[in-house]
Design a protein around this ligand. Structure first.
Ligand code: NAP
Length: 490
């Protein structure tokens, strides 16, 4: 019978290696805190290279068995894992809220979103087709088959502590790869809970290994994977500088890489847009997770003739957002993840004001609520020289830029090294076709603020990385193609 876990049962503080919960070899631990209060939730294993190596050893031993497990049997394990995640949706949602700070409804939403990738890749596991190549010579048969790449190292950020790791582990296991992983320092508990359920679902010992590490020890732990030629692939979601570092440092063993990196998403409102729909779309995409998402609109461009009306409508909606801890059922914006995050937001807003922006609402910390709260903010009069125009603010701040014509808007939107998400609102069909072709990005939202789906390819261009997660393309990153040529048949 399937065990039902309460929140305290799901909180694991040791590494999961070779099917067992083990402390870090050094015996060291670090504190995971509640961002709403700063209170310590748990002390978890602070791993180093020895632990990373033990995880790789286990993944190497498990690989031949998992690779040769029938795809339909791998799919069954993933379906069971999916059912267990859904069966614990409320508890996992509470755990996400506790360590990451997002309101419970969003935490639960993240569980459902992450689970959708597990179900998707469970089905995809049974559809890894190859090709029979049309005959080129008599007596010769040629085919292409897809094989798992081998051991995959998965490194994930704190902003979606369940979904980001689920959408890496699920395709890796579906493809027949084994996994070593490291979640972010701020949010290891959700990842461990997910791994507990995967083990219960029947993922065999060694096929899935997870270690936690403090920010100080993470680089040395991961370096062991980068240097180990048995690890054949790195799948990473996080910032662009760390993604570039991983690409450089893994070059010695020439690994396959998937890099889901930072964004600096533009959101364009043309004068023919439905302004109410545009405001609602912006609210949904900007304020999810308090603005701490890679697809969060970071620069909002509004055509001059509708600028004041749009700014007014938006500022009213933003001022009404309820900022509260995740435990408050009416919370819409929780705390930011940590003090560094709030300092960055504050720096961006100060800089913008100094360079001439006007605060329409917000613009300050909410220290009376707790250590990491920042008021939802709208700034008018944003200009390209401001820091928030070039870097992700990763917080609840909307800067409004004014533009005159379509060409100017597209030029400004593309004037960034990043290319993850873009959004625009217009009701002109010709413009929709033109603008969606010209925007340099992996994702384009047209009159829509919520883009993510397990059925769609998610990923960036330019310095937002490469590789795609989800969709029929999502398994390709975990497979390599083998060409087979059989001769002397005639
Ligand atoms: P981050 O600092 O790059 O960290 C991501 C992961 O890498 C964490 O597990 C982190 O561990 C680890 N890490 C950091 N430095 C490392 C090093 N030198 N060697 C090995 N591992 C290292 O990013 P973050 O602040 O957690 O996440 C926010 C960023 O992620 C934003 O830029 C956001 O846009 C991006 N993001 C992108 C996507 C996407 O799909 N494109 C989705 C979500 C987020 P520690 O936690 O211990 O530092």
């Amino acid at each position: 019978m399937t065990q039902r876990y309460e929140l305290h049962d799901l909180i694991r503080t040791d590494n999961f290696i070779d099917g067992k919960w083990v402390p870090a070899a050094s015996g060291k631990r670090f504190a995971v805190t509640d961002p709403a209060t700063g209170d310590v939730i748990a002390q978890v294993a602070d791993s180093g290279p020895t632990d990373a190596r033990a995880a790789t050893d286990a993944a190497a031993r498990a690989f031949p068995v998992w690779r040769d497990t029938l795809p339909k049997d791998r799919a069954d394990v993933l379906h069971r894992w999916h059912a267990l995640i859904l069966g614990h949706a409320d508890t996992l949602g509470r755990l996400i809220s506790l360590e990451q700070g997002k309101p419970f409804a969003e935490g639960r939403g993240e569980v459902m979103y992450g689970a959708s990738y597990v179900a998707w890749f469970a089905n995809e596991a049974t559809r890894i087709y190859g090709d029979i190549i049309p005959q080129q010579q008599r007596g010769k048969s040629m085919s292409a088959v897809k094989e798992p790449v081998g051991i995959v190292a998965a490194i994930t950020p704190w902003n979606f502590p369940l979904a980001m790791i689920a959408r890496k582990i699920a395709p890796a296991l579906a493809a027949g790869c084994t996994v070593v992983g490291k979640p972010a320092e701020d949010t290891p508990l959700t990842a461990f809970a997910l791994i507990l359920l995967a083990h219960e679902a029947g993922v065999p010992a060694g096929a899935l290994n997870l270690i936690s590490a403090s920010r100080d020890n993470a680089p040395a732990s991961v370096k062991d994977w980068l240097d180990d030629s048995r690890v054949r692939k790195i799948t990473f979601t996080g910032s662009t500088p760390v993604g570039k570092y991983l690409a450089r440092e893994s070059a010695g063993t020439l690994k396959k890489l998937s890099l889901e990196l930072g964004g600096n998403a533009p959101f364009i409102v043309f004068d023919d847009a439905d302004l109410d729909a545009a405001v609602s779309g912006l609210m949904a995409s900007k304020f999810r997770n308090g603005g701490q998402t890679c697809v969060s609109p970071n620069r909002v461009y509004v055509q001059a003739s509708v600028y004041d009306q749009f700014a007014d409508l938006l500022a009213k909606r933003v001022a009404a957002l309820k900022v509260a801890p995740a435990t408050d059922p009416d919370a819409q914006i929780g705390p930011m993840i940590n003090a560094r995050a709030v300092e960055k937001i504050e720096r961006h807003v100060f800089d913008a004001i100094e360079r001439g922006a006007q605060v329409l609402t917000g613009g300050n910390r909410l220290t009376e609520r707790g250590p990491n709260y920042y008021a939802p903010t709208v700034l008018a009069g944003a200009t390209p020289d401001m820091h928030l125009s070039c870097e992700e603010t990763f917080g609840p701040v909307v800067p409004l830029f004014r533009f005159d014509d379509e060409e100017q808007a597209i030029r400004a939107a593309n004037d960034t090294p990043f290319g993850l998400a873009t959004y625009f609102y217009s009701q002109d069909l010709r413009r929709i076709d033109r603008v969606s072709r010209l925007l340099e990005a992996g994702l384009v939202g047209i009159n829509e603020g919520a883009l993510s789906s397990e059925a769609a390819p998610f990923g960036g261009v330019k310095e937002s990385g490469y590789g795609r997660e989800g969709s029929k393309y999502g398994l390709d990153d975990y497979l390599s193609i083998k060409y087979r040529c059989q001769g002397n048949l005639a």
